[in-house]
Design a protein. Structure first.
Length: 468
């Protein structure tokens, strides 16, 4: 009976202690510096000790506080932790060939207040210099583990890649990486969880392929952009009409996307919610315009014998919609740039190539949507509902959804306090850049659509709208 009671008490103690020993921290930030130097690759890592669980850290003799770490006897266990929790989950590649396991050159236990990872030189001096005095009172749950790994490489001019798999260190894991190629500027990376293979110095075709994929899946994941595209397609379901409208949208969002990538967009906190609000407003406007012109086209077809409502609608609305779509496309380009901002770090030295590739991916995604949407609408209007009623119903549903988005985003935008900028030299320089951007946008619009209009003979009518 006494033995059973003792076992039960031991179970309670172990059960209450086990969660504390295996708790996964909520937020973990890992700082890394990677520098190829001659025929060795140095990787400096700083990670919170609390993220490396299931280790029995040695306690100073004569104490019962399990949170204290005996620095004099900690070297072996810290090296084991560095291997089992860090290097085993960091895969490095030279010219796409995997590098072997690294050598653990040095480990250091550091305090949260330690600032040695501010630069590569300071971090290297910290890791190769004298360790902290053994008599220091060190709480491991509040401390950091600093590690210097070395990998043998063929040349510091090789192309390097990394695949970090450190998400298991915490519920939310952020890895900050600084790559220092020889003779080049420091390249900063920041990614959450396990980002997959990260090419630190990609070739142009590797960057292009990656950003084409990003653009393709971004447009498919963006419900607001898809609804805007649907509003363009509903009244114009023939390619000849759609070419002008979709080209206007493409040219416009390319201008502001590239301008934003080159830091020409405002960096105020209120700017992203403003753009999100304007995107929702653009969908509301286009949906309402579809409803208005659907009714107008029907009325004109009733009053003009021999003219279909769709043809009348196309003749009245097509020319105007070029301009409206171009203006809203400028807004959507800023929206694309917000999604692209965190991924431009993977472009390496191919910024413009990556931007153009992202645009190509967006256009491929739009083309896929058009290929699926146009025949679906044709079948709907042919066999289910008349075109005029169908256009009104679909546009009303889109307007209802986007109106809710507009009100929600407007409420979020009102939380920001807008301040008029101070008119100084910096403001005037920024204004000049924006004026140049406006001139470029106007010039491209005139070039593209002026040429299109000039290519049509006088008296041509738009007759390629769907008729049933």
């Amino acid at each position: 009976m006494a033995a059973c009671a003792a076992l039960a008490a031991l179970g309670v103690v172990l059960g209450s202690a086990a969660p504390a020993a295996h708790d996964i921290p909520n937020d973990v930030t890992i700082h890394t510096i990677l520098k190829p130097d001659g025929q060795q690759l140095r990787l400096l890592v700083r990670v919170p000790l609390v993220a490396m669980r299931d280790f029995d850290y040695p306690k100073p003799r004569g104490t019962t506080n399990a949170d204290l770490l005996d620095l004099a006897r900690a070297d072996t266990v810290l090296r084991d932790a560095a291997t089992l929790w860090v290097s085993d989950y960091l895969d490095l590649y030279e010219n796409d060939e995997p590098l072997g396991p690294p050598k653990v050159v040095s480990v250091r236990a550091a305090l949260q207040s330690d600032k040695s990872f501010a630069s590569y030189e300071e971090a290297l001096a910290h890791l190769t210099g004298p360790p902290r005095p053994d008599v220091t009172e060190f709480f491991w749950s509040q401390g950091l583990l600093d590690v210097l790994f070395e990998y043998p490489i063929q040349s510091d001019r090789s192309l390097f890649s990394i695949r970090p798999r450190l998400a298991r260190l915490g519920i939310r894991t952020l890895t900050v990486l600084r790559f220092m190629p020889p003779g080049g500027a420091v390249r900063g990376f920041e990614f959450s969880g396990d980002p997959g293979l990260v090419r630190l110095d990609p070739r142009w075709h590797q960057a292009a392929f990656q950003f084409v994929k990003l653009g393709f899946f971004h447009i498919l994941d963006g419900v607001d952009h898809l609804l805007f595209l649907a509003c363009l397609v509903i009244p114009f379901r023939r390619m000849r009409s759609l070419v002008a409208v979709v080209t206007a949208f493409t040219v416009a969002h390319s201008i502001t996307l590239i301008a934003s990538a080159y830091n020409l967009a405002p960096d105020a906190l209120w700017f992203p919610p403003l753009i999100e609000t304007l995107i929702a407003t653009s969908i509301v406007y286009m949906a309402l315009e579809n409803i208005v012109f659907a009714n107008k086209g029907t009325q004109e077809s009733d009053s003009a014998p021999g003219t279909s409502g769709e043809a009348a609608f196309a003749g009245v609305a097509l020319k105007r919609r070029w301009l409206v779509t171009f203006g809203f496309g400028l807004v959507h380009g800023f929206g694309f740039s917000f999604a692209l901002r965190q991924t431009l770090q993977f472009a390496g030295s191919h910024l413009l190539t990556s931007l153009l590739s992202f645009n190509i991916g967006v256009e491929l995604g739009q083309l896929l949507v058009l290929v699926l949407l146009i025949p679906s609408l044709d079948l709907l209007f042919r066999y289910v509902v008349p075109e005029r009623i169908g256009t009104i119903i679909l546009s009303a549903l889109v307007a209802h959804t986007s109106w809710h988005w507009t009100t929600e985003r407007w409420a979020a935008l009102r939380q920001f306090r807008f301040q008029w900028p101070v008119v100084d030299a910096a403001f005037l320089a920024g204004a000049m850049r924006w004026m140049m951007l406006v001139v470029v946008a106007a010039g491209l619009y005139w070039l593209v659509f002026g040429v299109l209009r000039a290519g049509r003979r006088p008296g041509d009518r738009v007759t390629d709208s769907p008729t049933h």
